[in-house]
Design a protein around this ligand. Structure first.
Ligand code: PMP
Length: 410
């Protein structure tokens, strides 16, 4: 019998990824703080304009954020020095948790090293420990929620994306005495659509279910103080637990949950992803606090992003670029094939100095490969015109794009 050849196995798997056009190639970027939207790509040696960053409000390069982070770096040093339980809790952590709880109108909040870990740790603990728990999960939920639910071992029911009628049918079919968790996102990252949050809250009340919403793509961006869609829609007190990231609207790194004292304390006491991992560096936390203060008090970045998004979408529509009609700041442009998406993004990078990462399976279903374009307040009219002109030129070079994009709409 031949022995297992690890090297051959890895090579064959990678060859298959290459064949499907799904092999991941990273842009090797050096972002310019001063412009915020330009970077040197070390692979090509070119200066490029970034059109796919999740630093949606450009808070990562805001002078107040950088000053706060630098000050804390000098004051506290580079790292936290341990897990939250063992020496890693700094005053910055305590203050940020208070401020996040206040943002969401909740009693308590808890920080994690990323939004992924927050979802995985909170859901795996809640689902595992709530006795006989059933978890109702939107079909398009993020991998971190799916993984947390899977690891909880709880019974899982997937409801059709944003279909609260389907959710209602499924809730009604479960023993009313069992604990029920409804998990969904407020703004879906790949289609840019919003959840029917009010209808879901109504159903949760009717069926005594616990609502857990991932506002990762909405915190900082929506609502008068940037608390997200629940704040925008006046539903803060109807959601049991919020989960958010500090890496997108707030421009840095980390994740959190916010909820009642007891619910948050429960996760704090039982979630291994919280207990056994080092705390975020205090300097990062200080930078986030500066972003949070800014976005709570000043609506200017949100309004600037909304204007930029509307103007980009209008130009795309005028030029028949196949953008999904998303209501949010996320502008998905359909391609419908992984190899074609890669060829188009390579052309954008090399010929036009525009960086957009192609989005392929498993992030989106096969056949719905796309460009996920994210404007920021720092992009200009000129940047927008350059992007749209480049897409129009590339469409001439790849006639297949037009046919495939039509079929690719989710
Ligand atoms: N939830 C959603 C909906 C996401 O899109 C992501 C990542 N982009 C996460 C959670 C994980 O957040 P983080 O990047 O902070 O780990």
């Amino acid at each position: 019998m031949t022995l297992f050849n690890y090297q051959d196995f890895f090579t064959n798997e990678l060859t298959q990824l290459h064949r499907e056009g799904r092999y991941r190639v990273f842009a090797d970027l050096e972002r310019e703080t001063r412009s915020g939207i330009h970077a040197l790509d070390h692979r090509t040696g070119k200066r490029v304009t970034i059109w796919c960053s999740n630093d949606y409000l450009s808070m990562g390069v805001h002078p107040d954020v950088i000053t706060a982070a630098l000050g804390a770096l000098e004051h506290y040093g580079a790292g936290a020095g341990g897990t939250r339980n063992i020496s890693g809790t700094s005053h910055e952590h305590v203050l940020l948790e208070r401020e996040l709880a206040d943002l969401h109108g909740k009693q308590s909040a808890l920080l994690f090293t990323s939004g992924y870990v927050a979802n995985d740790a909170a859901l795996s603990s809640l689902g595992r420990l709530l006795p006989g728990c059933v978890i109702f999960s939107d079909a398009l939920n993020h991998a971190s929620m799916i993984e947390g639910i899977r690891r909880s071992g709880a019974e899982k029911r997937v409801f059709a994306h944003n279909d609260w009628h389907d959710l209602e049918r499924q809730l009604a079919s479960v023993d009313p005495h069992r604990p029920k968790l409804i998990c969904f996102e407020s703004c879906y990252s790949m289609d840019g659509d919003f959840a029917p949050m009010e209808a879901i809250c109504d159903l949760a009340e009717k069926h005594t279910a616990f609502t857990y919403v991932d506002e990762v793509h909405a915190v900082g961006l929506y609502g008068a103080r940037g608390a997200g869609i629940a704040e925008r829609d006046g539903l803060l007190d109807r959601i049991d637990m919020f989960q958010g990231t500090l890496s997108k609207g707030f421009g840095a790194m980390g994740g959190y949950i916010a909820g009642s004292l007891e619910a948050v304390d429960f996760v704090r006491g039982f979630a291994p992803g919280f207990i056994f991992s080092s705390a975020l560096p205090p300097c990062v936390v200080a930078g986030i606090r500066a972003a949070l203060h800014h976005l709570k008090e000043d609506d200017t970045p949100r309004r600037a992003l909304a204007r930029r998004t509307a103007s980009l979408k209008a130009k795309m529509q005028a030029n028949a670029i196949p953008a999904l009609p998303s209501p949010s700041h996320i502008v998905p442009v359909m391609i419908g094939d992984a190899a074609l998406a890669k060829a188009i993004t390579d052309r954008l990078m090399v010929e036009h100095g525009i960086y957009i990462q192609p989005i392929n399976y498993p992030t989106v279903p096969r056949g719905t490969e796309r460009l996920r374009i994210t404007p920021t307040p720092l992009h200009t009219d000129e940047d927008e015109d350059t992007l749209v002109a480049a897409l129009v030129a590339i469409r001439q070079e790849f006639p297949r794009w037009r046919e495939l994009a039509q079929a690719a709409r989710p």
